[in-house]
Design a protein around this ligand. Structure first.
Ligand code: COA
Length: 153
């Protein structure tokens, strides 16, 4: 019998090599550099989580918290799940957990940008209640972006 256990845990700078490997497997272009991931993992205002299947890291999410007007806002910077583990609800679990942490820290809304041709990600975000606020013309150079937002209050 094969038991598999998915856990969502805090990410650490010690996992940088693995997270960068996943990032380059998930994005063929517009990847964060290793240096950028290291910076994000160690930023005081970031929330970084990994998804582990048994002991193997198979996905991660990074968000940042910052002040916006009179409230705190959360910005999802990346969510990556390895191709072999997709459509099993792992990105959804990562988003649910980061939103829970955002709320615990007093964040009132979560937002993000996504390429307008990234159907998988757009469907994921919409399923979790994110709504299109604006089109970001030329945001990705050769492709437009979409700005999505969700109230967490
Ligand atoms: C987008 C991504 C993170 C989704 O990860 P995932 O673990 O497969 O997503 P989930 O299994 O949690 O999907 C939850 C829901 O999102 C939607 N969804 C996810 N992938 C989809 C796809 N390929 N096509 C259509 N809808 C999709 C579905 O509604 C899905 O629910 P369902 O499986 O019950 O129909 C993953 O495809 C990925 O890593 N892509 C490359 C990196 C990327 O583009 N990240 C987002 C950058 S903004």
């Amino acid at each position: 019998m094969c038991n598999t256990t998915l856990t969502i845990e805090d990410a650490s700078i010690r996992q940088l090599d693995r997270l960068y490997e996943i990032e380059t497997e998930c994005f063929k272009k517009e990847t964060f550099t290793k240096h950028q991931i290291a910076h994000l993992l160690t930023d005081y205002n970031s929330v970084s989580l990994i998804a582990k299947l048994n002991s193997e890291i198979i996905g991660f999410i990074i968000g940042m918290i910052y002040p916006e007007k009179n409230a705190l806002a959360g910005h999802i910077l990346t969510v990556d799940v390895l191709p072999a583990h997709r459509r099993k609800g792992i990105a959804k679990e990562l988003l649910i957990e980061i939103e829970r942490i955002f709320k615990e820290k007093g964040v009132k809304s979560s937002h993000l940008e996504v390429r307008e041709d990234n159907v998988a990600a757009i469907r994921l975000y919409q399923k979790l209640g994110y709504q299109k606020v604006a089109k970001l013309k030329g945001y990705y150079g050769n492709a437009h972006g979409i700005y999505l937002k969700k109230d967490l209050a």
